[in-house]
Design a binder for this molecule. Sequence first.
Ligand code: PDD
Length: 289
Amino acid sequence: MSGGAGRVYLNGEFVRRSDAHLDIEDRGAMFADGAYEVVRYFGGRGFALGKHADRLRESLAAIRIEPPGDVERFAGVSDELVACNGLADAELYWQVTRGSGPRGHLFVAGARATVLVIAYPSRALVVGGEPKGVVVVLREDLRWHRCSIKSLMLLANVLAKNEAHEAGADEAILHRDEVVTEGTSTSVFVVRGGELWTHPADQWILGGITRAIVLDVARAEGMVVRERAFTTHELLTANEVMITGTTTYLAGVLRADDAVIGGGQVGPVTRRLHAGLVGRIAGECGLGG
Ligand code: PDD
């Protein structure tokens, strides 16, 4: 959507991309002083928008930004943006920053939050499709201690993701002293001894919305689910490893560093949970299959 095509939502208005301008002293640009969400549209319908709006409000509360009224209207704004850009399958980016003012660490009294929504075209959901197989690398988690906040401050994620890319991998899975936390933009699960494990939703990971749905699907299928931390060794020797996220859905990990996982094939639990997740999306978005 760069280069002027389409419309974006900026501070209450739907404007052409080429007419959308941020102040050079926006605190989002200078301090990563803001929070964001990424949501998906399938066949013109938004998925889990209420959950994303709730998490955005929680992120903003955690960093002491009063949620602007736009957040209450993000579902409607997003519907309109998807429609006016002629999209049906889309990825939307919601961003709220603390606004702008003369550069300084202290909050700027009276500054108005900057609100931005961008819609990008994306692929349609394939109901009945197979989960993707991916390759990952393991990297030290160098982020701060408040990873449950979906903050704009993504430099550690950006660097780790690029290291993965340069190593020919799709994602970097992060660990703190050998305890696996999450991927740079995904939640991580392992299957061991027939149980599904994922890191607890505490300060060390983002409480993924896809993660919560997958846990729900697994419980509904009668699986033993444990929100417990696990080590890199437990990941490398797991029966199955999977990553989840809004843009990833649910993908099976075939290789992590030099270790082949599950014989290099997407495993049966991964397939089942993927089918369950796709079913939930299709159901909420009214897609046939
Ligand atoms: N990323 N962990 C991190 C660090 C993330 O950035 C994300 C999402 C997830 C998965 O959360 P969810 O299931 O709610 O999308 C986990 C978004 C998609 C992004 O930054 O593009």
